[in-house]
Design a protein. Structure first.
Length: 381
């Protein structure tokens, strides 16, 4: 029997921004530590805070402790300053999310072989880079979509202060993906089956969209995944946010998500006809969601994909490695492409030198990706 979660409730009212900042600073160490204590005890404890900025301030003031999930939702009430009021709740991470952390140095020749198949491309999952160059998105190519938890679940957050989130409120890359699937006339919500699958961070689900609109006419295969947010300042927008994560925890969290993505790919390999030739992956939790891990994200991503493949069953790994599908890691900018290419090269060299079952006679990563039979077949057809 675990100990009961410590109770916590802290209301803060203010008359000015300066007074608000001071109110946060005046919180006792005991109050500040309650969020961390709740995470450590795997309990929940709502804490009402008066503005989005103070979500980050309060959590940053808590002492370092076990890694946990921060849930921030808009209450629908105004605070005494006339602003929006948020409820902050500390939760444990989904079961198994940190499993990869328990064996960070475990080796896998199959995982290394998968990375040899992985081709780092200088275009996004839609097949176009920042300069507008690339092959585009065509049939028989499946893409990974880093879906937002609030839009998928139709939650009310600051990003949708006058109503619930939906596809129509998506912006930037997320909107580009939605329009590539549906065209300009976006539906109000994600398919119900996707909302049912993506109920927590790290979850993944797949859907085969059909229709004449979008990037091309016909079936469009998409794997949606809920990535973790590591930037506390964005917690109030409805992104699942982790607190007190070090790099090893972030790698394990990313690995958990990529493993779920790969399982969706495997399921589609069995069920979808015609066969998919190319699977386009992307760095989950990249860009502005990486927070303090922004510079380390290329390294974290390579390690996470390796750990994700390592965690699969022998049958699942065999299916991936014997398939003629191409797997791509897609980067939108030239700077990202350079950073991830170098990170993969460094990781592969380190992993190969430490892996006794992989010898120098195996095909180099670049050659393996370029010689992918499925890609040659697709380009010649």
């Amino acid at each position: 029997m675990g100990s009961a979660a410590p109770a916590m409730a802290q209301e803060i009212s203010c008359a000015s921004t300066q007074e608000l900042k001071q109110a946060i600073m005046d919180l006792s160490k005991e109050d500040r530590s309650k969020v961390a204590a709740c995470i450590a005890s795997q309990g929940t404890a709502p804490l009402t805070v008066p503005s989005s900025e103070d979500v980050a301030k309060l959590v940053k003031a808590t002492p370092a402790t076990a890694c946990g999930l921060l849930d921030v939702v808009l209450t629908g009430r105004a605070n005494s300053c006339g602003g929006k009021e948020y409820r902050l709740e500390a939760k444990p991470l989904p079961e198994g999310m940190l499993a990869a952390r328990s064996s960070p140095d475990a080796k896998s020749s199959e995982a290394l072989e998968f990375l040899q198949k992985l081709k780092v491309q200088n275009y996004g999952v839609l097949g176009q880079n920042k300069a507008g160059e690339g092959p585009g998105w065509k049939a028989n190519t499946a893409i990974l979509d880093a879906a937002g938890f609030a839009p998928v679940q139709g939650l009310m957050t600051q990003g949708a202060s006058d109503g619930k989130w939906g596809l129509g409120r998506l912006k930037f890359a997320a909107r580009a993906v939605a329009e590539a699937i549906h065209g300009q006339d976006l539906p109000e919500a994600y398919p119900g089956e996707i909302s049912e699958q993506l109920v927590s961070p790290g979850a993944a689900g797949s859907w085969v969209y059909d229709g004449k609109a979008g990037a091309f006419e016909g079936e469009k295969v998409v794997v949606h995944a809920i990535g973790m947010n590591y930037d506390l300042s964005k917690a109030h927008y409805g992104f699942p946010t982790v607190v007190n994560a070090d790099e090893a925890s972030a790698t394990a969290i990313q690995a958990f998500t990529y493993a779920n993505v790969m399982k969706q790919c495997l399921a589609l390999m069995k069920s979808h006809t015609p066969a998919i030739h190319t699977w386009r992956l992307l760095p989950l939790s990249g860009g502005s969601y990486a927070g303090d891990f922004a510079k380390a994200m290329p390294k974290i991503t390579c390690e996470a994909i390796y750990a994700a493949i390592r965690s699969l069953s022998q049958q699942e790994k065999a299916t991936l490695l014997t398939s003629e599908c191409c797997f791509e890691l897609c980067l939108y900018t030239e700077e990202e492409h350079s950073a991830y290419s170098e990170a993969l090269k460094v990781f592969m060299q380190a992993a190969a030198s430490a892996e006794p079952t992989v010898g120098p006679s195996e095909t180099p990563p670049e050659t393996a990706a370029k010689d992918c039979p499925a890609k040659q077949q697709a380009s010649s057809s």
